[in-house]
Ligand binder design. Structure first.
Ligand code: ADP
Length: 556
């Protein structure tokens, strides 16, 4: 813009200066020409008057003309009425042709006076002729030659060039100063606060518009920032990982979970973060336009990955990767598989024995005296089978039913006494003494499950006890908790088995457990029941000293 203003001002001032110079020169030239004409006319009047008085006194005028012509700078010519030149102070009259056809002569003969200016191209001169008709019908013509404009220019070319250079310099100076003056207020504009500027009035609409647009941009930016912050807040608080790759496989954006899971960072190449072949295959497939899923294991967790290409008119320009933690689901699946395998094993074992003994009896292979013993064995195995099936049913009920709806007030202290009473005979059989200490305690729960839970704990405490041992149930209340503890003086559980005894079908000593009629599901039912009641289990045990299992319930 500055350059444009400069050029405009420069050419405008150059043109102005040149035109001014030309007009002034033309006026001066015209004034000079007018005064020359006046001079020539005056001279012709003086000379004509002189000729007139000479003629009246019949004095020979030739000596006067010679004297006047010699002194005058102008050309003086006397022409007779037929056009013959009778006197000329610049040329020999014999060499001069007849002047009757000259326009100034013709005009003078007609009107008394005539004038003309003739230009000489080659010499760059102009000659002004003024003809005056005398009383004796002769014509006196006076001519004055001056430089024509072309002549003046040609003769003073150096001066003209110097003047032209001077004009250019002046124009440059004017353009420079004016450009600076024009641009300065524009350069000083405070564009951050358009309305605070005190500048050209013509800029006001522009500044107002700028202010309006500034406000619009700010509003839009605030909206965009808010949208972006909301989006970041949501994606950063998602437990699922989200990554967007460019079409070349570089990370464009990723949320916190993805950064944590894959160790991803901005602008990283997809191969830099994870070298798992399933992951690489997944991303490459998506980059090639095909959605893909994969499962990977990282730091002990299992993740499901889903990569999908983002396309527009079949052009693939990004890939979105979605990561979900399926560790629990995977473990549950694993547990389910193990459970199914265990269930079939636990059911098959007694059934095989039953089938075997039954076959021996039915095919009369068994000796007569062995039949009652085989019958007893069939009965025991069938009872075990029934126990396993009942425990499985209890567990699946705990897994599936929405038992919270069935919750009611349960007197835990009374429940403990009921369980002890129900196990009285079994305890007697094992020569174990059961007792309860505690006060009235009410919790919210599902009675049949709570009964099952305390029963299983006491049952274990009896069967894994020693003769003359004891089982003590205590119920304590502290803060908002009710803590039920079942402590025995039995065989105890080795430390390395403690974390696993709550698993389904887990037994520390298989043969002993079978002897006691255990299914390996008792503590698993306790664990599920505790979880259903939002209760916490603690277990501690010492070999040959005994085991202590506490369940801490919330009291509402
Ligand atoms: P089971 O039906 O075999 O008793 P549980 O799930 O009730 O199954 O218990 C799992 C295993 O934990 C038992 O097989 C036993 O080895 C051990 N166990 C449970 N309770 C006790 C206890 N009070 N004293 C010693 N060992 C125990």
């Amino acid at each position: 813009m500055k350059r444009r203003i400069f050029t405009s001002i420069f050419f405008a001032s150059l043109l102005t200066l040149i035109l001014t110079f030309a007009f002034v020169s033309a006026i001066l030239y015209n004034n000079a020409a007018t005064s020359i004409k006046r001079e020539v006319r005056n001279e012709s009047i003086y000379i004509s008057e002189a000729i007139k008085s000479y003629n009246e006194n019949t004095i020979d005028i030739s000596s006067y003309l010679n004297s006047a012509g010699a002194k005058s700078l102008n050309r003086i010519t006397l022409i007779s009425s037929d056009g013959t030149v009778t006197y000329d102070n610049f040329a020999q009259i014999q060499t001069m042709d007849n002047h009757s056809a000259r326009p100034e002569f013709i005009d003078a003969m007609k009107t008394g006076q005539g004038e003309i200016t003739r230009f000489s191209d080659t010499l760059g001169e102009s000659t002004y002729y003024y003809a005056l008709k005398l009383d004796n019908n002769d014509v006196l013509r006076i001519a004055s030659t001056t430089k024509s404009i072309l002549g003046i220019v040609t003769e003073s070319i150096v001066w003209f060039i110097l003047i032209f250079i001077f004009i250019i310099l002046i124009s440059l100076l004017i353009a420079r100063l004016l450009t600076k003056a024009v641009v300065k207020p524009i350069n000083k504009l405070d564009l951050d606060n358009p309305l605070s500027n005190d500048t050209y009035e013509e800029l006001s609409p522009l500044l107002l518009r700028m202010e309006k647009q500034k406000k619009e941009i700010k509003t839009r930016m605030d909206e965009l920032t808010k949208t972006r912050d909301d989006f970041n807040f949501i994606t950063d608080n998602m437990s699922e990982g989200l990554v967007i790759f460019s079409e070349k496989g570089y990370v464009l954006a990723s949320n916190k979970s993805a950064n944590k899971i894959l160790g991803i960072s901005q602008k990283q190449y997809y191969l830099e973060s994870c070298r798992d072949s399933s992951y690489i295959e997944l991303i490459e497939s998506s980059l090639n336009g095909k959605p893909h899923t994969a499962k990977i294991n990282r730091s002990g967790y299992t993740y499901q990955l889903f990569a999908s290409p983002v396309k527009e008119e079949s052009k693939n320009f990004a890939t979105v990767l979605f990561i979900t933690d399926i560790t629990e689901k995977d473990q549950a699946e694993q547990r389910r598989k193990e459970f199914s395998a265990n269930v079939s094993h636990e059911l098959k074992t007694p059934l095989t024995s039953i089938l075997g003994y039954a076959e021996l009896i039915s095919k009369e292979i068994a000796k007569k005296e062995d039949i009652p013993r085989f019958g007893e064995l069939i009965h025991r195995e069938a009872a075990r089978l029934l126990q396993v099936i009942e425990d499985i049913i209890k567990l699946s009920k705990l897994d599936e039913a929405d038992l919270i709806k069935e919750f009611e007030d349960v007197r835990l202290d009374e429940l403990c006494l009921t369980v002890i009473n129900d196990l009285k005979q079994k305890a007697l059989g094992y020569k174990v003494k059961c007792s309860f200490e505690g006060q009235k305690t009410i919790i919210k729960g599902y009675f049949p499950i709570l009964y099952e839970m305390i029963y299983n704990l006491c049952d274990n405490a009896i069967v894994y006890n020693k003769a003359e041992g004891s089982v003590i149930l205590t119920l304590e209340k502290n803060d908002n908790k009710a803590v039920l503890t079942v402590a025995d003086t039995g065989i105890g559980i080795p430390q390395e088995h403690l974390p696993r005894v709550f698993e389904r079908f887990y037994r520390v000593d298989k043969s002993h457990s079978k002897d006691t009629g255990g299914t390996g599901l008792g503590l698993s039912i306790v664990k599920h029941a505790a979880s259903l009641h939002d209760a916490k289990i603690d277990i501690s045990s010492k070999i040959n000293k005994g085991t202590k299992i506490s369940i801490s319930f919330n009291i509402n």
